[in-house]
Design a protein around this ligand. Structure first.
Ligand SMILES: NC(=O)c1ccc[n+]([C@@H]2O[C@H](COP(=O)([O-])OP(=O)(O)OC[C@H]3O[C@@H](n4cnc5c(N)ncnc54)[C@H](OP(=O)(O)O)[C@@H]3O)[C@@H](O)[C@H]2O)c1
Length: 286
């Protein structure tokens, strides 16, 4: 359980309706931390426990955060927003004492000509140059990316997806949130960038087998062809991100398979397995 410092002010959690932010809001609230959840619309508040304080703002419009940042001393921040420098200037002006940025470990190996690497580097640089004490969490791919399969799983036994041969040491968002909760509560983590991974590198077909066991189904994963992969990625990404994903995973520019001890070192317990994640979220596939 996170240690509570009563003098450390409100924690603003961005992405509070998402996988990591949602877990973090619940964990901080359970630890007795004064937490405020940032949502873009009041409808987002319906996804959060009713006792959580909610504020409305848009990270792409730094000026909209003046209200949400009132009395905030610590912030859990998602990256990749339109004006990261403006956002950090707004955060710095309001007297925030510690920002914990969620980044990606793709920032380390990838080339600056890759649009996703550029986005994460720009986010980290904006935080690092802001003058606000910071901690950066560079994560591996998330276990919750399997939610992209939910519709196909509900429709039948064969799930088709990109990059069948790519091993990823996927991490449970619960563990990213657990690391963030510890880091937010202890000043000794300021100035550190931590690389986080899950407990084991697994293929999409391994994840599908585990989900099948949990759901009591006979599910099978099939890889998409290169053309199908491009078409699939284009449904939810701009063209430069489509190219970036292909460079990462089809051309091997980014290896997301290394298993690291960071979650254990920071939280004092082992990271959750994909089976743990699947059991906790099985209702989303039914
Ligand atoms: N998936 C991966 O494998 C992976 C790996 C490394 C890093 N990441 C990064 O980790 C972060 C969190 O991922 P996640 O899966 O927890 O998120 P998610 O479930 O996809 O949800 C995104 C969250 O960000 C909020 N958001 C998006 N744009 C916003 C804006 N302009 N202003 C305010 N809030 C905004 C959304 O709020 P609404 O409810 O208003 O939409 C939502 O709460 C993302 O930045 C992602 O890029 C992901």
């Amino acid at each position: 359980m996170t240690q509570v410092d009563q003098n450390s002010g409100i924690v603003l959690v961005t992405g509070a309706t998402g996988n990591v932010g949602g877990e973090l809001v619940r964990q901080l609230a359970a630890a007795g931390e004064p937490v405020r959840a940032l949502v873009r619309s009041k409808r987002g508040a319906d996804k959060l426990p009713s006792q959580i304080e909610v504020a409305t703002g848009d990270l792409d419009r730094p000026e909209s955060l003046a209200g949400p940042l009132e009395c905030v001393q610590r912030i859990f921040l998602l990256g990749g927003h339109r004006d990261m420098l403006g956002l950090m200037a707004q955060i710095q002006r309001t007297g925030v004492r510690h920002v914990v940025l969620l980044s990606s470990r793709s920032v380390l190996g990838g080339s600056a000509s890759n649009a996703i690497v550029r986005m994460w580097r720009a986010s980290e640089e904006a935080v690092g140059s802001s003058g606000v004490p910071w901690t950066i969490l560079r994560s591996s791919g998330f276990m919750s990316n399997a939610l992209e399969w939910a519709q196909q799983i509900r429709a039948g036994d064969v799930v088709r997806g990109p990059f069948p041969n790519v091993l990823i040491a996927a991490i449970d968002p619960y563990d990213i949130a657990a690391v963030a909760a510890v880091v937010l509560s202890r000043p000794e983590h300021e100035g550190h960038a931590y690389i986080l991974s899950g407990p084991k590198a697994i293929l999409p077909a391994d994840r599908m087998r585990i989900l099948a066991n949990v759901l009591g189904r006979n599910l099978r994963f099939e890889g998409l062809t290169e053309e199908e992969t491009k078409a699939e990625l284009r449904k939810s990404n701009p063209e430069d991100f489509v190219e970036a994903f292909l460079r990462f995973f089809a051309e091997g520019e980014f290896d997301d398979s290394e298993v690291l001890p960071t979650v254990q070192e920071i939280t004092g317990r082992a990271p959750r397995s994909f089976e743990d994640w699947a059991r906790a979220h099985e209702q989303l596939f039914r």
